[in-house]
Design a protein around this ligand. Structure first.
Ligand SMILES: N[C@@H](CCC(=O)N[C@@H](CS)C(=O)NCC(=O)O)C(=O)O
Length: 334
């Protein structure tokens, strides 16, 4: 675990001393956008047109943020257009590595590098940044387009539609304000909430994260008792962003991050909803519990110094989900 300072790797754990024991996530630095014609997106520079075979995605199967990007790549039929490298689940002194001695860890299939930090310095030799996944790489200009998952999924949602003909829209115009409002709460208290609880180094920081986390899970449970999806009858980006945290919860966050007031299987509607999303075409193949459990329990030695991988519950993710029942089919909100 570490970061790049002026292009040099430094092995350092998150510093929580200055923030009263709180984990504060840094902002992503590469913020360009792939667009249909290469015009500039909302941030960054122009020049990244949607072309088949031009882009490469670096992911970890363990990481919930990278998982979003893999799900959108599958949902939008981009597998033949955007290639992928999968890092090794252990994130140790050199950060993410391209070792291949773990089933599913592909190595760097594009450039043959050893470490993810070398991908960053290939794009910018003097980079000062945390070295995170996912990363969307442009083979043509040899640089990083984006390392911000929330923006990568929006590019995948529509930029390549002309190439693939897949026009499924998870960010529909009329629902955007509502999606943003839900995303904000889900991000702060659930997606990042589990990390804030797990990486807290003071009782107060832990308490301040764990209570809002379970309040938000109650709020989600109530919404899903009335609607099939967060926004009503239609699956949106908000559902996929929530899903990648929920699917990791009972096997990892409940134990490793001390989010153990309840499990996801204890929320009847959320648990059915998780199985429904998991069973959608292409999604199950993006979920790799061996990488997920190995990564968290093995890499975070400040939390689990003996690196013991605990037994985790078997989840019957293919059990019928019942979410298509009539009582949940409300009218679409727009
Ligand atoms: N804002 C980023 C966050 C990505 C992120 O934090 N990924 C984690 C893995 S789950 C990572 O690579 N962490 C390495 C580090 O922080 O040094 C995004 O959503 O794309």
């Amino acid at each position: 675990m570490g970061l790049l300072v002026d292009g040099k790797w430094q092995d350092k754990w998150y510093d929580t001393k200055e923030t009263g024991g709180k984990f504060v996530r840094s902002a992503s630095q590469f913020r360009n956008w792939v667009t249909p014609d290469g015009s500039a997106g909302p941030t960054g520079t122009a020049g990244f047109a949607a072309e088949s075979g031009r882009y490469h995605l670096y992911v970890s199967y363990a990481c919930p943020w990278a998982h979003r990007a893999l799900i959108f790549r599958a949902l939008k039929g981009l597998e033949d257009h955007i290639s992928v490298s999968v890092v090794h689940p252990d994130m140790l002194g050199e950060g993410w590595e391209f070792r291949t001695d773990f089933d599913g860890a592909s190595g760097d299939t594009l450039m043959g590098l050893r470490y993810m930090h070398e991908v960053y310095t290939s794009a910018q030799p003097d980079a000062s940044t945390r070295v995170t996944v996912p990363v969307l790489w442009d083979k043509q200009t040899g640089t990083i387009v984006s390392n911000e998952s929330s923006e990568i999924i929006r590019m995948f949602n529509s930029a390549f539609d002309g190439l693939t003909g897949n026009r499924d829209d998870y960010w529909p115009e009329p629902l955007r304000d509502e999606i943003e409002a839900i995303n904000d709460r889900v991000y702060d208290t659930i997606n990042n909430g589990v990390y804030k609880a797990g990486f807290a180094t003071s009782q107060q920081a832990y308490d301040e994260a764990v209570r809002p986390l379970f309040d938000s899970l109650d709020w989600v449970e109530a919404m899903l008792s009335e609607n099939r999806y967060l926004l009503g009858d239609r699956v949106t980006e908000a559902d996929w962003r929530l899903f990648t945290t929920l699917i990791r919860f009972d096997k990892v966050y409940h134990t490793h991050f001390k989010c153990n007031f309840k499990r996801i299987v204890d929320y009847p509607n959320i648990w059915d909803y998780v199985r429904e999303l998991y069973q959608r075409p292409g999604v199950a193949a993006t979920v790799n519990f061996d990488h997920i459990t190995r990564h968290y329990y093995y890499s975070h030695d400040t939390i689990n110094p003996y690196r013991i991988l605990p037994i985790t519950p078997d989840l019957d993710l293919w059990a019928p989900h019942g979410r298509d029942r009539a009582s949940l089919q409300s009218l679409p909100k727009s």
